[in-house]
Design a protein around this ligand. Structure first.
Ligand code: DON
Length: 309
């Protein structure tokens, strides 16, 4: 059975929403602190172009860590897996997303995976282009293609807010520079990374990107292969093993959908071969994932047997 109507989705949203009270909006990036913790919305995008949704789907959210899986796809296309995985690993950490701990104990000091901040900063460092502007524009164009929406841009206020307060990310970068994993100007890299994280879109756009991952890199509406099959597979595997950070194991058991979260409260899901999901619920659990968003995905997965396992 498939979830087919807006009413089906609305019922699940209302069932999941109360748990938002137990979460907290991220405020370590000050501009994110303005979000309403009770918001919850979802869009599902099917390969035939059909979409269903519930909640405020016109509201735009910044991608934050969801951008990490997209920049990884572009860097894999630019440079190939051998080059990329020389600088960043493939293993889950079991640590929070911003942890610096394992960098010091891992030899060589390369980040364990591209979904934690340290690994994502290395991936952003590998984005090709002759300037920060050109590298950002390439990523933005790729995201616009995936979403099928050329009007997607970044939120300057959120980018600036993170740029001004990203002391821990700067620390990770300087550590990585000392160990020759990164070799560019750190302020430039922070400029690029914070703009990447501040790319904003609606749940519908997000679900459209999830759909392309779900369909192994093919845009089902145009038939175009936007990313190669092996790149889509690598990204989906990271979504399963590291997409929810140190909650990824529990998420795989309870929900079983490749997904990536961000501290804005977004979650992008890719149900293999079936559909893409975009969720926004800004109240977070203690691991930095949308608390009502995860509940909603759990209800959706149980109701419609969506687990891939
Ligand atoms: O680098 C950061 O801290 C943020 N721009 C992104 C972190 C994030 O989204 C973690 N996800 N739950």
């Amino acid at each position: 059975m498939a979830c087919q109507s807006n009413d089906d989705l609305r019922a699940l949203v209302e069932k999941a929403r109360p748990i938002a009270k137990e979460g907290k909006v991220a405020d370590y990036i000050p501009a994110l602190g303005k979000a309403n913790p009770n918001d919850l919305s979802i869009a599902i995008y099917y390969p035939d172009g059909n979409c269903i949704s519930a909640g405020d789907i016109d509201r735009k959210i910044t991608l934050q860590s969801i951008s990490k899986v997209i920049s990884l796809a572009l860097v894999l296309m630019d440079r190939g897996p051998n080059y990329v995985f020389e600088k960043v690993g493939m293993e889950p950490t079991g640590d929070p997303f911003n942890s610096i701990a394992k960098l010091e104990t891992t030899v060589p000091a390369k980040p364990l995976n591209p979904m934690i901040n340290a690994g994502a900063l290395v991936v952003t460092h590998m984005l090709k282009g002759n300037s920060v502007e050109e590298r950002f524009q390439r990523l933005l164009n790729f995201i616009q293609d995936l979403a099928g929406n050329q009007s997607i841009d970044y939120c300057a206020e959120v980018a600036r807010s993170e740029f001004e307060t990203a002391h821990l990310n700067r620390a990770l970068c300087y550590f990585l520079k000392q160990h020759h994993i990164i070799d560019e100007d750190i302020e430039e890299l922070m400029d690029l990374y914070t703009k990447q994280c501040a790319i904003e879109m609606t749940c519908l756009d997000l679900s459209r990107i999830g759909l392309v991952f779900a369909m192994d890199g093919v845009d089902p509406e145009s038939g175009r292969q936007i990313m190669p099959l092996d790149v889509a597979r690598i990204c989906k595997t990271f979504m399963v093993t590291c997409g929810m950070y140190n909650a990824s194991g529990e998420f795989a058991i309870k929900i079983g959908i490749p997904a990536k979260s961000g501290v804005s409260g977004g979650i992008m899901g890719a149900v293999p071969g079936r559909f893409g999901i975009g969720i926004f619920g800004p109240a977070l659990d203690e691991k930095g994932n949308s608390i009502a968003g995860i509940k909603l995905l759990e209800l959706l997965s149980k109701t419609y047997s969506l687990s891939m396992f």
